[in-house]
Design a protein around this ligand. Structure first.
Ligand code: ADP
Length: 254
C-alpha cells in the first residue's frame, strides 16, 4: 500500500512510536446485575463485557456432563462505527465470538461446573480496530470479577505492518490501509498462545519482531488487568462504603 503512515521521525498518524500501545483504561465490576463485568477504553475503542454464570446451559442439548461451556457473544452496536452498523449477528461477529469463546474456555476450570454455561457478552460501544483484542482483554477481567476459577487472565493485542515496518496495536486507519494485521492473545503465566490470526503478509523476521512487540505489550496489558481487579476489591474506607457492600465484603460477612 502506498502512502506515508509513518513520518520521517518514525511516528505514526496518531503520534505513537512503532512499539507503542494506545492509552488503555480498565475498570472491573461496572454492572450491578451481572455476575462479573469490565469496561475497557483502548484508544478510541470502548468495550463492555458482562459475565453470567456458571448457570443452566441453554440450549440444553449443548450441555456437557463433563464440563461447563463458555459461550461468548461479541456484538458491535449500531452506533459503534461511522456508518450505522446493521444490528444483529453477522459472519464477522460469529467468528469473533467463536475465537474468544475458545480462548476463554482454555483458561476457565470448566470441569468444576459440569452441565452449565458461562455466558460472556461483549458489547462494542465504539470501534477503532483491535476490538476483538480489547473484547477478550475485558472478558477475562469480567470472568475474574465473577469469581470464576481460571488459570490466568488473557491479555490480547494486535500487531501489524505498515509502510514495511512492524507496528504494535493498529488503529483503524492502520488496520484498513496497512499491510498486515496479526491479533494475538497469550497466557502470561505459561506463554501459551490462545489466539493468532493473520491478515496480510510478513517475513519471518517481521513475524519474530511482531511477536516480541506483542508479548511485551501483553505483559503491560496483564498488569492493567490485575490493577483493575485490585482496585475493584480494595477495602474502601468506611465513609466511602456504598449502600450495598462490595461482593468481597458480603462474602466475608456471609
Ligand atoms: P478488530 O476490531 O478486531 O480489529 P476487524 O479487523 O475485523 O476487527 O475490524 C477492524 C475495524 O474495522 C473495527 O474495529 C471497526 O472499527 C471497523 N469495522 C469492522 N466492521 C465494521 C462494519 N460492519 N462497519 C464499519 N466498520 C467496521
Amino acid at each position: 500500500m502506498e502512502g506515508k503512515m509513518i513520518d520521517e521521525n518514525g511516528l505514526r498518524i496518531d503520534g505513537r512510536k512503532v512499539d507503542e500501545l494506545r492509552p488503555i483504561k480498565i475498570e472491573a465490576g461496572v454492572l450491578k446485575r451481572a455476575d462479573g463485568s469490565a469496561y475497557v477504553e483502548w484508544g478510541k475503542n470502548k468495550v463492555l463485557a458482562a459475565v453470567y454464570g456458571p448457570r443452566e446451559c441453554h440450549p440444553r442439548h449443548l450441555q456437557d456432563p463433563s464440563k461447563a461451556l463458555v459461550q461468548c457473544k461479541y456484538n458491535m452496536i449500531a452506533f459503534s462505527v461511522s456508518d450505522r452498523k446493521r444490528p444483529g449477528p453477522d459472519r464477522r461477529s460469529v467468528e469473533i465470538s467463536k475465537i474468544i469463546s475458545e480462548a476463554l474456555e482454555y483458561v476457565v476450570f470448566t470441569e468444576y461446573f459440569p452441565r452449565t454455561s458461562v455466558d460472556v457478552y461483549i458489547e462494542i460501544l465504539q470501534a477503532n480496530a483491535g476490538t476483538r483484542c480489547a473484547g477478550l482483554t475485558a472478558a477475562s477481567v469480567a470472568l475474574a470479577d465473577a469469581g470464576i476459577p481460571m488459570k490466568d487472565m488473557i491479555p490480547s493485542v494486535a500487531v501489524g505492518k505498515i509502510d514495511d515496518q512492524v507496528v504494535l496495536d493498529l488503529c483503524k486507519e492502520e488496520d484498513n490501509y496497512g499491510q498486515a494485521d496479526l491479533p494475538i492473545a497469550v497466557v502470561p503465566r505459561t506463554g501459551d498462545i490462545l489466539l493468532m490470526q493473520m491478515d496480510g503478509h510478513m517475513t519471518l523476521d517481521e513475524f519474530n519482531k511482531a511477536m516480541e512487540y506483542g508479548f511485551g505489550a501483553c505483559e503491560k496489558i496483564y498488569q492493567l488487568q490485575k490493577d483493575a481487579l485490585k482496585r475493584r476489591y480494595a477495602v474502601e474506607d468506611v465513609e466511602g462504603l456504598e449502600e450495598e457492600a462490595p461482593r468481597e465484603q458480603q462474602d466475608m460477612e456471609g
